[in-house]
Write a protein that binds this ligand. Structure first.
Ligand code: SAH
Ligand code: SF4
Ligand code: F3S
Length: 476
């Protein structure tokens, strides 16, 4: 779920170049010609939220633009996960304020996690924005815009226990027409000690299962070939059907979505090692279109550090989960998130992290050095005592291990044939396609006239690097 990572391999679950999309609504006053520009940072959840915001703005008659200079309303959907993420947002805000100096009518708004964390600070102390809107307050956007246009301070950072935006149909931004996100829950109740998300996103709540299935059907009818179900901890999805009083679990939801269209792939992110169940693994095993890929962040391999992180599992528990996945779904790829240099981490703890990476054979990891976040449990209770250069050196060692592990794993795919969903041209050549296997591995291969993006094709793997497979189409 990370799009701002400084890792050996960037996630392109979605193209981060956010593009606008025209929206046709007959009720809109044809005289109204205001344009908005929206830019998103952080996890997939934020990118998904921007599509809710875009939908709300379209209802108000706003048109989107990909050129900030043209916009009447500039929105930044922000992330607080690490200090660096916040710094990026600050430098973007500085740019937008330069723009505003030349065009004073423009409104600048911050949305998302930084808005929630800093509340009125940007508005009242720093005076660098006109609008502050937290992740549960997007329905209030039309009012807030009106307030800001009237020259008033426009802020709403109320968190909700119920809001899931279930009835708002997202306006797909920057879409390739092939893959889309579906948000299935919001918030997080886990309180990992390093993490700011429970403070910025509030309590965990699950969205109506039928609205999720309806969204998947709509995407299938529009020709989409892949949906990714999003939540901070999807395995704790739990929705009580008010009509039947029956509970829908994540495994059940996965199957409901998989049945919508057997030719549409279903992915999900993120799983928590403490909550993933055998039922989820059986669903992956039994349904061809549920992808054989689990993102199961370990964070650290040391039981002592895991305890300080409040992850509620230890090394043995995690390894047992890896064993279970391998037993039930032998061809499943597993990926991870890793933090180096958490409070009190020793060289031995660090070695244990690298050991568990080798044990787990991750196909991919998103790796970070620890960044203390104000207000979190760790910031209040523990000293951030690992020097920055040690954190960074351990990060580079972890990245090296990840590359080795992924390379070895990928080499085993040589000679095997995989079903690949074609996403488009490869980065390097328009003579080649790139696509992904069910295992979320990127495959590059020469084009063939019978196939286009959005098609499935069988590709025989001929070469492997740590990040990519190469292959050839097998014509059926
Ligand atoms: N809900 C997901 C992760 C959300 S945040 C989960 O539980 O796995 C994404 C990743 O950012 C985390 O998995 C963690 O590896 C990293 N992260 C979170 N807080 C961090 C911090 N304070 N410093 C460095 N990395 C952090
Ligand atoms: Fe943060 Fe932990 Fe919740 Fe993930 S599970 S969002 S790391 S508190
Ligand atoms: Fe996501 Fe960043 Fe917020 S990772 S939940 S946008 S703090």
């Amino acid at each position: 779920m990370h799009l701002d990572n400084h890792t050996s391999q960037a996630s392109d679950l979605l193209d981060p170049s956010i593009q606008g999309q025209a929206f046709d609504d007959k009720n809109i006053n044809p005289e109204f010609s205001k344009k908005y520009f929206i830019e998103s940072y952080g996890c997939a959840m934020n990118f998904s939220d921007s599509e809710i915001v875009a939908s709300i703005l379209a209802q108000e008659g706003f048109k989107s633009t990909t050129n900030e200079k043209e916009a009447d309303l500039i929105l930044l959907n922000t992330c607080s996960i690490r200090e660096k993420a916040e710094q990026t947002v600050r430098s973007r805000l500085a740019n937008f304020n330069k723009l505003k100096a030349k065009k004073p009518g423009v409104l600048i708004g911050v949305l998302g996690c930084m808005a929630e964390r800093l509340k009125k600070k940007f508005l009242e102390e720093e005076k660098i924005v006109d609008i502050v809107l937290g992740p549960d307050a997007y329905r209030d956007l039309p009012n807030i815009i009106a307030t800001a246009e009237g020259g008033q301070k426009a802020v709403n950072v109320l968190l909700s226990r119920e809001e899931t935006y279930a009835d708002i149909s997202p306006l797909r931004l920057g879409t390739n027409g092939i893959s889309a996100f579906i948000s299935i829950m919001r918030g997080c109740d886990n309180m990992c000690s390093f993490c700011v998300v429970p403070f910025t996103r509030g309590r965990e709540r699950s969205r109506d299962a039928y609205s999720i299935v309806a969204e998947a059907k709509d995407l299938s009818q529009k020709g989409f070939k892949e949906v990714t179900l999003l939540g901070q901890n999807v395995d704790s999805y739990k929705w009580l059907n008010p009509e039947t009083n029956e509970e829908v679990s994540f495994a059940q939801l996965l199957v409901m979505v998989a049945k919508v269209d057997p030719t549409m792939r279903v992915r999900f992110s993120t799983s928590h090692p403490k909550d993933i169940t055998d039922e989820v693994m059986y669903a992956i095993r039994d349904y061809h279109n549920i992808c054989k890929y689990i993102h199961l962040p370990v964070q650290s391999g040391s039981s002592r550090i895991l305890k300080l992180m409040n992850r509620t599992y230890d090394q043995e528990w995690y390894k047992a989960k890896i064993d279970r996945i391998n037993e039930i779904i032998p061809d499943c790829a597993i990926s991870s998130d890793i933090i180096t240099g958490f409070c009190t981490e020793t060289e031995e703890d660090h070695q244990e992290t690298m050991d568990i990476m080798r044990y787990s054979n991750y196909s991919l990891s998103y790796m970070f050095f620890y960044s203390e976040r104000p207000g979190t449990l760790a910031a209040r209770k523990y000293e951030d005592d690992v020097p920055l250069e040690v954190k960074k050196r351990r990060l580079s060692e972890v990245i090296r291990v990840q590359n080795q592990v992924a390379h070895e794993l990928n080499k085993k795919d040589i000679g095997h044939t995989f079903e690949v969903l074609i996403e488009g041209n490869s980065k390097k050549s328009d003579q080649e396609f790139k696509g992904r296997t069910s295992q979320y591995k990127t495959v590059v291969f020469p084009k063939h006239e019978n196939y286009k993006p959005g098609d499935y094709v069988n590709v025989k793997i001929t070469a492997a690097s740590p990040a990519t497979l190469r292959g050839e189409i097998i014509l059926s």
